[in-house]
Write a protein that binds this ligand. Structure first.
Ligand SMILES: *[C@@H]1O[C@H](CO)[C@@H](O)[C@H](O)[C@H]1NC(C)=O
Length: 475
């Protein structure tokens, strides 16, 4: 009894600290969601005299708002819901730690997380051509939330998206909103001005002046606008897309899909590999030149769960490799970890060795990766252009993705959909050792769902007799 009381007593002291990043991994947000819910339950048992009032008045609401989803991973499949939760957790946790005498070690999402998450939503809108109304079909945002997404778009100079979010926010203003109509009109007229749709800009400047005739800035702005001429339509999303964006949306060229349909599937025993005699690998050719092969059912659900379990506590923001250095970049929004050597890692490696016929002698250990809100990995090649380079890549999909999240190859127009338990494989280098630039690829942002993958980068050393080189210039 005494011990139980002591535990409750101790848990009632909360200390907030800035932990790691959340927005770049939906799994990390899900973990925090679980923890917040647990802590709120504990908090509800605290009966420290000073806090009784707070607890009585606030807690039922707080707990209630965390009760709608029993499975936090499920709650993260919708990026807008994930953004809302992140905001809500930040507000609630800050509120709680500001109460006297309540502290426990607690990680709170930072403002950078909210901005990063909003930026992820905007990336989704750009690639999948979505208006705020489209992306919020399942989960709507309130005026304040939408205003913040608009501000992030505005900072990124994406004035059309900013404008549409401010408009969305204006539509949802209520007496409880902290955002004001004036702020919104100001930003509406300013973003539409930067975008260049003058007639609309004039309209909003006029509205702002009507609201506050003493606003000199608005009057000056209106005068400037009346003397300019230009009129792109701010309500219609730009229809120009890069090859990468088109592929992410699943718009595959008819010639490409015809060529894909002609490709084949087969069971392979690795030319007599004893480990494959009774359990052959199911190979599917996803593309012929350069060859991209998918191995189905290469890893079991249990192995996937195990890999996730050991990776979770070690995940950190992924970096990109630029001229010899690793750095953080908006081009890659995910968290990842290179697993240490372990029997399980070795088992997965062995399966890849069996399927591909390559040696894992100089391969890197598995890199397990979870993507964030709107998280993508923009176009890149895996080869590092060093000695003992990454000759090949094997990319294991650890879950199905509902919408989005394809691996796309813009140079030859192919999109490969994630499929749980399968892996895709391609050579980054030609037989003559040169980089095959056609293998440039990208990971599309996830529109609905979560995305976990594991990468195996296989290097040149050890493959001398397995993939003989060639002196040809083009092979
Ligand atoms: C993964 O972790 C969960 C929760 O801790 C546990 O229930 C499950 O058995 C673990 N799975 C594996 C395969 O290690």
């Amino acid at each position: 009894m005494a011990i139980k009381e002591l535990t409750v007593f101790m848990l009632c002291f909360w200390i907030a600290y800035a932990g790691h990043e959340f927005f770049s991994s939906t799994d990390q947000i899900a973990q925090l969601y679980g923890k917040t819910k647990e802590l709120l339950k504990v908090f509800s048992q605290c009966n420290d005299a000073e806090n009784v009032e707070t607890i009585k008045s606030v807690l039922p609401n707080l707990l209630f708002s965390y009760s709608d989803s029993e499975n936090p991973e499920e709650a993260m499949r919708n990026p807008v819901a994930a953004y809302r939760l992140l905001r809500q957790m930040r507000n609630d946790l800050i509120y709680i730690v500001n109460q006297p005498n309540l502290y426990q070690l607690l990680e709170i999402p930072q403002l950078e997380d909210l901005d990063g998450a909003a930026s992820g939503l905007i990336r989704l809108q750009e690639i999948y051509k979505l208006h705020p109304e489209d992306i919020t079909k399942e989960t709507s945002l309130n005026a304040d939330e939408a205003y913040n997404v608009g501000l992030v778009a505005y900072d990124e100079e994406k004035f059309q998206h900013a404008f549409l979010w401010f408009l969305y926010s204006l539509d949802r203003l209520t007496e409880y909103s902290t955002t004001t109509e004036e702020e919104l009109l100001h930003y509406l007229s300013s973003s539409v001005y930067h975008f260049g749709s003058l007639s609309v800009a004039i309209y909003f400047s006029q509205e702002l002046l009507n609201l506050d005739p003493s606003n000199d800035e608005a009057r000056a702005q209106l005068n400037r606008l009346l003397h300019l001429q230009s009129n792109p339509d701010i309500f219609t999303l730009n229809t120009e897309s890069s090859n990468y964006e088109t592929l992410c949306r699943g718009e595959v060229d008819e010639r490409t899909s015809k060529r894909q349909r002609a490709l084949s599937c087969r069971y392979s025993t690795g030319e007599g590999n004893p480990r494959l005699m009774y359990a052959p690998v199911k190979e599917e050719v996803e593309w012929d030149e350069p060859q991209i092969i998918r191995y189905h059912d290469i890893i079991s659900d249990r192995e996937i769960e195990f890999l996730k379990n050991i990776s979770r506590p070690q995940l950190s923001r992924s970096e990109i490799y630029v001229s010899g250095n690793n750095k953080l970049s908006k081009l890659r929004v995910s968290q990842s970890v290179f697993l240490g050597e372990s029997p399980e890692e070795a088992r997965v490696s062995q399966k890849i060795a069996d399927a591909t016929g390559l040696s894992m002698e100089s391969a890197e250990t598995l890199l397990v990766q979870n993507y964030g809100i709107g998280g993508a990995f923009e176009q890149h090649i895996d080869a590092l252009e060093t000695v003992n380079d990454r000759i090949a890549t094997c990319l294991i999909y650890m879950n199905d993705v509902e919408i989005g999240g394809a691996t796309v190859f813009p140079k030859f127009g192919v999109a490969v959909q994630p499929k749980k338990g399968s892996a895709v494989f391609w050579y980054n280098l030609l037989r003559n050792g040169e980089v095959n630039w056609n293998t440039e690829h990208a990971g599309c942002p996830v529109l609905v769902g979560n995305k976990w993958v594991a990468n195996k980068w296989i290097h040149e050393i050890g493959q001398e007799f397995r993939r003989p080189c060639s002196l040809s210039d083009w092979e």
